[in-house]
Design a protein around this ligand. Sequence first.
Ligand code: AHM
Ligand code: MG
Length: 304
Amino acid sequence: MTKTPVHRLLHPTRLLINLTGLAGSSNTTGDDQKKLDVIGNDIFVSAMRGSGKCRILVSEEEEEVIKFDEHPNARYAVVCDPIDGSSNLDAGVSVGTIFGIFQLPDEILGAGKTVGPEALLLPGTQMVAAGFTMYGASAQLVITMRGGGVQGFTLENSLGEFILTHPNMQLPPKRSIYSVNEGNSSYWDKWCTEYFHSLKFPAEGKPYSARYIGSMVADAYRTLLYGGIFAYPADSKTPKGKLRILYECAPMAMLFENAGGMAVNSRMERLLSVVPESIHDRSGVFLGSKDEVQKVIDTYNKYH
Ligand code: AHM
Ligand code: MG
């Protein structure tokens, strides 16, 4: 039997019939209808199971880890957000799938060995690969390996394959674009407020442009292409931040670093070295061009 490649299964156009279905509701034939993020999760889980290479999986949609005990020698652990930005789906905004891949140590491989969530409480530096897809006007796949470059592919529908269209992606060192949910600004720390104020009211030169889609894959993709800064700071309302370390922050941080950018949390620590306390742990995040992230750090340091 020939297998349908996972990117074809995941592309939302294949799933349009279920796009507005509410989880738990029924369609006319009595089958359960599911929201796209539930469907995306189901597809991702079965693709990982079917690969035979994945021992354990963390998904944003699943409270607990999923273990593939039928593959005791599979040496990879995968973390994923199956449909990031799903709150935007009904408005037709780009969404995507974020993933990271860790290689498990030999000691925990093999029949009779157990593997649990603690095996995944690792810094992003331990990932062997990370990336995301974005389902928009076109479908993009951006991927990097540890210590390697960042490669961007575009889905060519007629072939059903991703074609390398953006080889060796590199962020420009600076660009006057910022991307943040300013609706949260009343909750920000003082240094954070000062930083964004300085972009809008610079002592000299033109103010920055604002661009915020509210779908991390889309905001991150634009920032990778054009440069600038994307941020979701920790604040007094969400002191740990909103975005998840394992399957949102760390994969993006690896991509940004490998494309010549920088990625830090709200304490200005290198995001890739942060160890999550639990599989769904969160963090503040600043990703972007080197000079732009350095400005964040400089402003933070004035207050600490
Ligand atoms: P999700 O994983 O539930 O979709 O949430 C993550 C999304 C990111 O894609 C995006 O950067 C952020 O949440 C937007 O949040 P807000 O609507 O608070 O600006
Ligand atoms: Mg998400």
